[in-house]
Design a protein around this ligand. Structure first.
Ligand code: HEM
Length: 171
């Protein structure tokens, strides 16, 4: 089914976002920048909430017996968290963030390049979590719970760096 195809869903989501941005610019003119920044921050809060919660679910999943009710429930929770919250929020954050950078004239700013580097690392970690989720779904995870607890700190540390860069703009 088309609705189940992730590529089609991503294309529809990006198309709707572009239409939404165009509508806001037409309706609000220059004020659109602040509204789009507000939606960017909401998208980031959703993305980060998911990125901080998913490794925590993996910690519980490590302790659940494969095939048990808990293990199967965690698989559903992890899959829904990724598909319904994390993936769309990341796509929205990227599209709106790049538009803000272009419209705000930040594309050549040092702080923006540094922020972009950290956001690319964050997106790479997102890919790592998606791959781990597929292994958990096949009961094939090899990473111990202790390591997931440590990995849980990666998005938190990246988030601190990104927020300081975009708000303080130190260079
Ligand atoms: C996905 C790629 C991203 C791009 C291209 C991007 C780009 C931008 C740009 C250009 C602005 C406007 C800055 C201004 O008007 O002063 C902005 C605002 C903001 N971004 Fe991002 N961003 C991205 C992801 C993130 C992430 C992952 C976080 C947090 C973890 C974040 C947090 C913020 C915050 C808090 C603001 C508001 C800053 C303010 O108004 O002072 N962004 N972003």
């Amino acid at each position: 089914m088309n609705g189940e195809n992730p590529a089609v869903r991503a294309a529809v989501a990006i198309g709707l976002t572009v239409l939404g941005i165009a509508a806001l610019i037409l309706l609000l003119g220059d004020a659109a920048y602040m509204w789009i920044k507000a939606v960017h921050v909401v998208a980031i809060i959703s993305w980060m909430a998911g990125m901080l919660y998913l490794p925590r679910l993996f910690v519980y999943h490590c302790d659940a017996k494969p095939g048990s009710e808990l293990s199967e429930t965690l698989k559903v929770m992890e899959r829904r968290l990724l598909r319904v919250i994390i993936n769309p929020a990341m796509g929205l954050a990227w599209v709106l963030g790049l538009w803000l950078a272009w419209r705000g004239g930040y594309l050549m700013a040092g702080w923006f390049h540094a922020k972009l580097a950290l956001v690319i690392l964050l997106s790479g970690f997102h890919g790592y979590l998606s791959a781990a989720l597929r292994r958990f779904a096949e009961d094939a995870n090899q990473v111990p719970a202790r390591r997931w607890r440590l990995l849980n700190e990666v998005p938190a540390l990246l988030m601190i760096g990104i927020v300081v860069l975009v708000i303080v703009k130190p260079f």
